[in-house]
Design a protein around this ligand. Structure first.
Ligand SMILES: NC(=O)c1ccc[n+]([C@@H]2O[C@H](COP(=O)([O-])OP(=O)(O)OC[C@H]3O[C@@H](n4cnc5c(N)ncnc54)[C@H](O)[C@@H]3O)[C@@H](O)[C@H]2O)c1
Length: 427
């Protein structure tokens, strides 16, 4: 596999060449370039009018950075003059580990076509496991996992988790739920149904099949916290009737159900309380702060900060989260575990950092920005928490897990991802 052009250093200045660990009897390690070849590359190559169709021709508009990263992705040709696209499927897949049947797990990932889910799916597939994705494509998209469709270890099922579903499996990662405020507030009742009935159905499945069950809960269960940083035994400060309640209370009751099944029925459960996570494949238009800022800066628009910019957030890179989820699933830890990066930024400083990194990447690529972008401030939405930072002591102690990616490194990779998307015409 060709190595990527970009060197990533971890928090200690060591180069990151792989992600994952061999821990708790489950080896989740894969080379970073193998993962990158699945997302840091355009799916489309552009053709000029009357170009002869050659699926191997990457085209002149192909983003520099992503050139030649992988020969395994489906390629399609984009015609800017008609704004049309011709899709090509290749019956060739990225190489996956060959596991003995006794080592191969049958893993169900609900919400596997979403941002977090698709990265988890990539990792589990490269590791050689059998993966089934269950998704209703409300916020996720087939394109995030299309490079696996047709692979003998992979199955993609369109299904809404509020309806029961039966399948034999060993592990269930239950991620299905819209995660960004505009999406979960779009139909608040449906969000509560997804959180409650979806979790009930998947716990019922875990009970019947004796599969281990992991739910992706959220730092939002702490609401607007009065304790900083938030440890897992903090009970939270949530407005039960506010705009965010459908999500916050939905996740709280999903946790209640999870521990109900654990205590009453002996279901083997894991609860991950995920803090703000960012990375490639995030929907750039769903109002989450990292993608908002990057896309605004790349488009030469001003960066919008809601409030006075003094509210703080911590941001974790997607590969750290996937490491944490896999570690937790395979560990013996049944208590809730915070998975997040404790490096805290004010939103104002974070906007400045994004602006600086976008300018750096543009300079490295020889791009001339149309204008110098500014940071502008607007009114704060309801119930937006002032401060949020994980206490990850439990994850450190019981999973031996801690984030490796610096925010700067993650942001650079994400800027390059969105830049490639813009270059191919899909953003
Ligand atoms: N991304 C974060 O920063 C973050 C933080 C905390 C918690 N989480 C949790 O992680 C999980 C994944 O989040 P994400 O960021 O990938 O969000 P996402 O919106 O990108 O992915 C959610 C996926 O679930 C699917 N889905 C939604 N409702 C469904 C339903 N009723 N039936 C079947 N599929 C359904 C969507 O189509 C999508 O593919 C969510 O449970 C979210 O609450 C994410």
């Amino acid at each position: 596999m060709p190595s990527s052009a970009v060197k990533v250093l971890d928090k200690n200045g060591q180069e990151i060449t792989s992600v994952g660990f061999d821990r708790f009897g489950f080896n989740s390690e894969v080379p970073i370039d193998d993962l990158r070849s699945l997302y840091l590359r355009s799916h489309y190559s552009s053709a000029k009018p009357n170009d002869e169709l050659n699926p191997d021709d990457e085209g002149p508009h192909h983003a520099q950075f992503t050139k030649g990263l992988s020969p395994y992705q489906s390629k399609s040709i984009y015609y800017p003059e008609h704004n049309s696209i011709s899709y090509t499927t290749l019956a060739r897949f990225p190489p996956v580990k060959l596991l003995a049947p006794s080592q191969r797990k049958r893993v169900l990932v609900t919400g596997g076509a979403g941002f977090v889910g698709s990265h988890l799916v990539d990792r589990l597939m490269l590791l050689g496991h059998d993966v089934t994705v269950l998704d209703n494509f409300f916020t996720g998209s087939r394109t995030t996992v299309s490079h696996w469709v047709g692979h003998p270890n992979f199955e993609l099922v369109r299904h809404d988790v509020v309806e029961p579903f039966m399948i034999e499996c060993d592990q269930i990662y239950h991620l299905a739920c819209p995660a960004s405020p505009p999406h979960y507030q779009f139909n608040a009742v449906k969000t509560v149904k997804t959180s409650f009935m979806g979790t009930l159905n998947m716990l019922g499945l875990a009970k019947r099949t004796k599969a281990r069950f992991l739910i992706s809960s959220t730092s939002e269960v702490y609401g607007d916290p009065e304790v900083h940083p938030q440890p897992e035994d903090y009970w939270g400060h949530v407005n039960p009737i506010g705009d965010r309640a459908c999500y916050d209370e939905g996740k709280r009751v999903a946790e209640t159900l999870t521990y109900g099944y654990h205590r009453q029925d002996g279901v083997d459960v894991r609860v991950a309380r995920i803090f703000n996570t960012y990375g490639p494949r995030m929907n750039p238009y769903d109002g989450r702060v990292v993608s908002n800022f990057i896309v605004q800066a790349l488009k030469g628009e001003d960066l919008t900060v809601y409030g006075d910019g003094t509210q703080t957030r911590s941001f974790q890179y997607i590969h750290d989260l996937v490491d944490g989820l896999i570690c937790l699933m395979n560990s013996d830890e049944t208590r809730p575990v915070n998975i997040g990066n404790g490096d805290e930024f004010t939103i104002g400083d974070f906007a400045e950092l994004v602006r600086e990194i976008v300018e750096k990447v543009q300079a490295e690529d020889g791009d001339k920005p149309s204008r110098q972008v500014q940071v502008v401030y607007k009114a704060l939405p309801n119930d937006d928490p002032q401060k949020r930072r994980p206490d990850t002591t439990r994850a450190k102690e019981s999973l031996k897990w801690q984030p490796r990616w610096t925010v700067r490194m993650g942001l650079e990779e994400m800027v390059r991802y969105y830049k490639a998307k813009m270059a191919e015409g899909s953003l």
